[in-house]
Design a protein around this ligand. Structure first.
Ligand SMILES: [Zn+2]
Length: 152
């Protein structure tokens, strides 16, 4: 089993949208816990991590913006499933395309193609990513629907 697969198996979901896993403390070499949070913060997708060693008291926190890196993202998908955001007919294709472009970093034509795709699915990802994009689209007057596709 490689490290990523092991992390996915060991990760325990705790509060909604967060994950906790054990990691060796770099200071005392004993077992410490790392909690990873992810989600919408005032319209921006953000992640944050806090390290806490109950043995030596070492702590740190860090945060980042945008989509998670592949390894922690795989753990989120494993813990909370793969979700989709689906759009029906857009209330305003102009506004919806603007939201998709900004949120997903797409070119104009890519965003139009995504919106016009027959599946209606504009994002497949973690529950937090889908909730974030759904919120942005709702703010723009759209009525997207979020669905759980699969629990890994
Ligand atoms: Zn320690």
């Amino acid at each position: 089993m490689n490290e990523n697969a092991r992390a996915a198996v060991d990760a325990q979901p705790c509060a909604h949208g967060t994950l906790r896993h054990e990691r060796t403390c770099p200071a005392c070499s004993r077992e410490a816990s790392v909690t990873l949070g992810y989600g919408d913060v005032y319209g921006a997708l953000r992640s944050w991590e806090s390290f806490d060693c109950r043995h030596c008291g070492m702590k740190w926190e860090s945060d980042d913006s945008g989509f998670l890196q592949p390894e922690p993202r795989a753990r989120m998908l494993a813990a909370y499933g793969t979700w989709t955001v689906r759009m029906g007919r857009a209330q305003s294709a102009f506004n919806a395309v603007k939201v998709l472009r900004n949120a997903l970093g797409l070119e104009l034509m890519e965003a139009y193609a995504l919106l016009k795709h027959e599946s209606g699915i504009v994002l497949t990802g973690t529950s937090q990513e889908c909730a974030w994009l759904k919120g942005l689209l709702e703010k723009a007057g759209e009525r997207p629907v979020m669905n759980l596709v699969t629990l890994a």
